[in-house]
Design a protein around this ligand. Structure first.
Ligand SMILES: CC(=O)N[C@H]1[C@@H](OP(=O)(O)OP(=O)(O)OC[C@H]2O[C@@H](n3ccc(=O)[nH]c3=O)[C@H](O)[C@@H]2O)O[C@H](CO)[C@@H](O)[C@@H]1O[C@H](C)C(=O)N[C@@H](C)C(=O)N[C@H](CCC(=O)O)C(=O)O
Ligand SMILES: Nc1ncnc2c1ncn2[C@@H]1O[C@H](COP(=O)(O)OP(=O)(O)OP(=O)(O)O)[C@@H](O)[C@H]1O
Length: 487
């Protein structure tokens, strides 16, 4: 392979050397440089990898992609580009033979609901016999294999590597979460999504190393429209008009509003001993009644957009109905136990906005008592402790305060911060610093008809204490407690 073979989508200026140089790999970490690799330099948020060029050349690399002219020994090939990250994305696509073009690509962006919606789409597609790879916060799923990832949307090189693996393993489809940060950092540059979903937007991810302000956050989220053939947009979002302003692709709306092409009507909250979820009718472009096996009004939106994509992709209504009725998503409104006595839900809600919407939606099921077990992470903003404490006190019948990744702080100190705000509300609360004991207490002291929400960690399978991650999975603890308690 010659570097020339990977340059068809790249805008570059050849500063030295030759495009006839032999190559066999693209790398963006100097520690992986070797003979026949192309090293792509970029200015990161912490380091500028142009600084590693001497080590890279030492390791035998002969082709560099740089954002500025650099001094190199004669014969070294230097390709000058505007953005190293964008170049990495384009080169990686070429390196793996553009695997995304061989898959039905579905991208999901938005402040909330990305993980849930991608899981729903995968379940529906697989029920319809379409093998589907998935990439997002919970990791990468290809067939029975699962790979953890550092970011919601991994770096472009890794994305193309996973797409190639999906193609190799016979996937028809790939559904992935696309964070606004991914658009900003060109992780998905050059990819066209057959369907792009915009779930919703609210102020989040604004601050150092993320977005300067809400306008920038919205701008990057809207890139989904630039890169999609067809988009689905939440018509009920507070910012709907801004979202669809100057939208460059074909699109349809989903939501409860009459202007939605995929509209939800006749919504019912179902709470039966063996089924807790939502029922509604999809109206508009189709007329299909569905039952979704996870509770929460916001899951109507997640299920609607997932259904819209599936229906557009030709999935039969009965497959869609079957998939939604038998859903289970790790750590997202996951019903771990349900009986006449109580219903235990594990959810990832870990900030005030998601905690509030979660408790609000669980209230609609009219539980005898709504009990919430939660804590807050250590060495993070204290504001979260005050706001989550206030919401627990105001919206739950009982809050059980406990550990949640205390990191280098004492759990008791974190709980004291939460206590400060919960006390002001007059809401009932208990402090049980050990998370296992807190979960156990919530179940063994339940009253018939209780709904217990264990929140904050969702799918995370560890507790982070003083720099060490100890195995801990809320779901497993609930299952253990319930089996002991039922004996
Ligand atoms: C702020 C940010 O997004 N940073 C991302 C970025 O890292 P960076 O630019 O800071 O990297 P850097 O450490 O400065 O290094 C620059 C370059 O030097 C190279 N290097 C480094 C060391 C060395 O010895 N040799 C070398 O060549 C690195 O490989 C890199 O190419 O590129 C890395 C590789 O792709 C990402 O893992 C990293 O995400 C960090 C971990 C992060 O926290 N990102 C968050 C903000 C994020 O992306 N979040 C969204 C989710 C948001 C949501 O929930 O909606 C996500 O998609 O995960
Ligand atoms: N459509 C939605 N609107 C509002 N809240 C939602 C929605 N879907 C899920 N949630 C709530 O937000 C939490 C996170 O959901 P999910 O993981 O699906 O979103 P995400 O976009 O992937 O979020 P994150 O970027 O934090 O990983 C859920 O646990 C639930 O409490």
């Amino acid at each position: 392979m010659k570097i020339r073979d990977w340059l068809d989508k790249l805008d570059y200026t050849l500063l030295s050397g030759s495009v006839e140089e032999e190559v066999d790999e693209v790398v963006y970490d100097s520690r992986k440089a070797a003979p026949k690799t192309v090293f792509v330099c970029m200015k990161g948020t912490k380091r500028d990898s142009h600084d590693y060029i001497p080590q890279v050349l030492e390791a035998g690399c002969r082709v560099l992609v740089t954002e500025r002219p650099v001094e190199v020994p004669e014969g070294v090939t230097v390709l000058l580009v505007k953005s190293g990250r964008e170049a990495l994305a384009k080169l990686s696509g070429a390196r793996f033979g553009y695997p995304a073009e061989k898959l039905l690509m579905i991208g999901v962006t938005g402040t909330k609901g990305k993980t849930t919606t991608t899981h729903m789409i995968r379940k529906i597609m697989e029920t319809a016999g379409k093998k589907t790879g998935m990439i997002g916060t919970n990791g990468v799923y290809i067939g029975e294999d699962h790979y953890p990832t550092m970011n919601t949307t991994p770096e472009s090189y890794d994305l193309h590597r996973y797409f190639a693996q999906m193609v190799e393993e016979g996937c028809d489809c790939c559904v992935m979460e696309v964070s606004s940060q991914a658009f900003k950092m060109y992780r998905v540059a050059g990819i066209t999504f057959d369907y792009g979903i915009f779930t919703n937007i609210s102020p989040d991810h604004i601050g150092p190393d993320e977005h300067a302000d809400f306008a920038e956050y919205l701008y990057y989220k809207k890139q989904i429209f630039v890169q999609s053939r067809f988009a689905l947009v939440n018509v009920d979002d507070e910012h709907f008009e801004e979202i669809v302003k100057d939208i460059p692709c074909e699109w349809a709306g989903f939501g409860m509003g009459a202007n939605a092409t995929y509209q939800a009507e006749n919504l019912h909250y179902v709470s039966e001993p063996d089924f807790v979820g939502i029922e509604f009718d999809i109206r508009g472009a189709h007329e299909i009644p569905v039952r979704v096996n996870i509770p929460g009004k916001f899951n109507v939106y997640n299920a609607l957009s997932a259904s819209a994509v599936a229906l557009k992709a030709g999935v039969p209504a009965e497959k869609l109905q079957h998939a939604l009725e038998h859903l289970k998503i790790d750590g997202r409104m996951e019903i771990v136990y349900t009986s006449e006595q109580c219903c235990v839900i594990v959810d990832y809600a870990h900030n005030a906005v998601s905690m509030e919407s979660l408790l609000e939606t669980l209230r609609e099921y009219h539980p005898k008592r709504l009990v919430v077990v939660f804590g807050c992470g250590g060495n993070r903003s204290k504001e979260r402790r005050y706001s989550m404490g206030e919401i627990g006190g105001r919206m739950a019948d009982l809050s059980i305060l406990t550990a949640d990744n205390s990191r280098f702080e004492k759990v008791e100190d974190i709980l004291a911060d939460i206590r400060g705000s919960i006390e002001k509300t007059g809401g009932a609360f208990l402090e049980i610093p050990d998370r296992r004991e807190a979960i156990e207490y919530s179940i063994t002291h339940s009253e018939p008809g209780d709904m217990i929400a264990i929140i904050g960690k969702g799918h995370e399978n560890y507790q982070e204490i003083e720099g060490v991650r100890y195995p801990f999975l809320d779901r497993a603890v609930v299952e253990e407690v319930v089996s002991k308690w039922n004996r």
